[in-house]
Design a protein around this ligand. Sequence first.
Ligand code: CP3
Length: 344
Amino acid sequence: MSKIEKPLLTVLQGKTSDHTPVWLMRQAGRYLPEYRELRAKAKNFLNLCLNPEWATEITLQPIRRFGFDAAILFADILLVPMALGAGLEFREGEGPVLELIDNQNRIDQLKYDNSKVLAVYETLTRVKKELPNKTTLIGFCGAPWTVACYMIDGNSKGGFANSKRWVAEKSPLLGNLIGTLVDASEIYLSNQIEAGAEVLQIFDSWGGLLQGGDFERWVIEPTRDLVSRIKSKYPHIPIIGFPREATPADYKNYAQRTGVNGLSIDYDLAIDFAKNNLQPLTVLQGNLDPDVLVKGGSEMLKAAEKILTTFGPRHIFNLGHGVVPQTPPEHVAELVKFVQGYKF
Ligand code: CP3
């Protein structure tokens, strides 16, 4: 059997493929009518994540429609706190609400129950069987800091004021909670690899709330710990980190110190800085503005071309954050065709 090349894996190995691989964060979701249809049937978002048949279908929807180079598991970063025993609810029009874990007693009670997320692993196994040969399967988790923020504050509405207070007051509680999350995430990601994930992404969506020494202590250190534990068991699995809205200096420190193989950059980060200071250190992924994808047309294609020519072929094309619900699917189709057909 001849070996089929997967462009995303090739680029993560530091080589170039016949085209720049492209996938989009939140490529499955509300901008797709076929997602909205299943979502209405499932009633509740959690039911979708925890039903392997539905989650498999949703993971595959954007692959069928657009031919992305990667499929990302359909799940959510908040399933890890759920498996640890924190109450989780997704309220209509409001987003996620987690039970507050804001004292040592509740932290002590957290115990990772793998049986609560077996459906996630089952989804990966099912998706893997259905994917085209050239398509890479991405598993993921939230970074310990970002997941801790949701556990300490419940939701993002208050700007994570309590989480920031725990940092400022150097609360030992934060260290305990983050330690618990590193342990749980190690099990969660290892099981994802065993089930078929070929690449992992660690989402630190709220990494940019911290800077300098705090960023180092609560973003870089736990991520480095998690990455090294996964690498010691699965050295061949590439890991992409996404410390969203970090300062340029913190992005650089993150790329140098966490051990990740790829760095996803948000759309606020200047691409010349990224090219000159980050690309020599690692493989970059990003960073088209999701609003530009909503606008489409020549503005979108010009912005995409600027990213392609700046970074060259050793690059993973993506957005600087997730696809927003008002995105016209035709714009996504045009973007994918443009990136995959681009000749340097
Ligand atoms: O397509 C994919 O990218 C894979 C699936 C995925 C989802 N969430 C599905 C989802 C992934 C990788 C995530 C990660 C996630 N979840 C993050 C990190 C990335 C980021 O966006 O910063 C965070 C912070 C969460 C927590 C979360 N889940 C929030 C804040 C919300 C509400 C906001 C929103 O967009 O509604 C969710 C819900 C969620 N997760 C939806 C989807 C498709 C929308 C749910 C719905 O259909 O109502």
